[in-house]
Ligand binder design. Structure first.
Ligand SMILES: NC(=O)c1ccc[n+]([C@@H]2O[C@H](COP(=O)([O-])OP(=O)(O)OC[C@H]3O[C@@H](n4cnc5c(N)ncnc54)[C@H](OP(=O)(O)O)[C@@H]3O)[C@@H](O)[C@H]2O)c1
Length: 283
């Protein structure tokens, strides 16, 4: 498929991974249509067609898939059946789904993140569409939650400073998404993805300090204090799941997977690489 120009639909145009996917698709000469619920807020390069669409609202689907051969899809189960049905009648594009690690072994009864990704994967498996599932673990972008505090006081309040994650750069996920959309042989495959090393929260804060050239302090708070802080904006079940994951990761190196290197021949980007790319977010 590389070299053949097709229209690729990228959903969730304001998302971190979606933006990185758009840049890579343009770099390899693909025609890109971006769908966003708020296209006016999507900061996109010239040459990209932007369409206002909400995949959970079937009224916004007609026309969205016209001429589309490939789709980068966020795994939001709301509206997935309508989206799949629309795709099946519009030329059956290949769908690359941003899913998540734990989708098979996690418990959907207690973990809403597993539930959401499993529902989206199941809808694709039950369809006539070809698909590729990307199953990354913890995103490096999660630490953007510290950006406001670092810009203000340079103090990060976090529980479990020794909790590990093999945090993945959104560009690594985007590289694999674009590979799956532009090369043959990725249909029906599920790719577990991680960053190339396991780093603790304390080490992540040290990397940010290094990247911005200023001392950032990690001040340990209790799980309860963290739960209270998250509870102000988060759904209770999601907050419980996030806290549980931190407890499980405390002092335990996270698995490092070789999928990225196996598929690209390159080592994945480290968390230090990510902080260098995002230093301005923390300044
Ligand atoms: N965070 C993790 O550690 C992790 C790990 C594995 C899997 N995942 C999965 O990855 C997905 C999240 O990916 P992501 O980090 O690329 O998503 P993101 O940056 O959080 O954006 C997700 C979507 O939210 C919408 N959105 C709403 N308000 C926004 C705003 N102010 N700025 C930007 N986007 C906004 C955008 O869609 P519209 O433009 O249509 O509004 C966007 O595509 C989720 O499905 C998650 O479950 C996450």
């Amino acid at each position: 498929m590389r070299g053949v120009v097709v229209t690729v639909l990228v959903t969730g145009g304001r998302g971190h991974v979606a933006r990185a996917v758009v840049d890579r698709l343009l770099a390899v000469g693909q025609k890109v249509r971006v769908a966003s619920r708020k296209p006016e807020e999507a900061v996109l390069p010239a040459g990209v067609e932007v369409v206002k669409a909400d995949l959970s609202d079937p009224d916004t689907l007609p026309g969205l898939l016209d001429g589309v051969s490939k789709v980068f899809l966020y795994a939001d189960p709301k509206g997935i059946d309508g989206f799949v049905a629309a795709a099946e009648v519009s030329g059956s594009p290949h769908i690359v789904v941003l899913s998540a690690s734990g989708v098979e072994e996690g418990d959907p009864a207690t973990d809403p993140i597993v539930r959401m990704h499993r529902a989206a994967e199941s809808a694709l498996r039950a369809s006539r569409l070809s698909w590729t599932f990307l199953r990354p673990g913890t995103f490096s972008t999660n630490t953007l939650q510290w950006a406001h505090a670092i810009r203000g006081t340079r103090v990060v309040k976090a529980p479990f400073p020794n909790a590990h994650a093999s945090a993945i750069h959104e560009s690594d996920i985007a590289d694999i998404a674009v590979l799956a959309m532009t090369e043959p042989g990725h249909e029906g495959k599920a790719y577990p993805l991680s960053g190339p090393e396991s780093v603790t929260q304390r080490e992540q804060v040290e990397c940010i300090s290094e990247a911005i050239g200023r001392k950032v302090v990690l001040e340990e708070i209790t799980a309860e204090e963290y739960r209270d802080a998250l509870g102000r904006w988060g759904d209770a079940e999601v907050v419980d799941t996030l806290v549980r994951h931190l407890v499980e990761a405390d002092g335990r190196p996270a698995p490092v997977l070789t999928t990225y290197q196996d598929l690209t021949g390159e080592p994945g980007r480290t968390y230090a690489d990510w902080t260098a790319d995002h230093a301005d977010d923390f300044r």
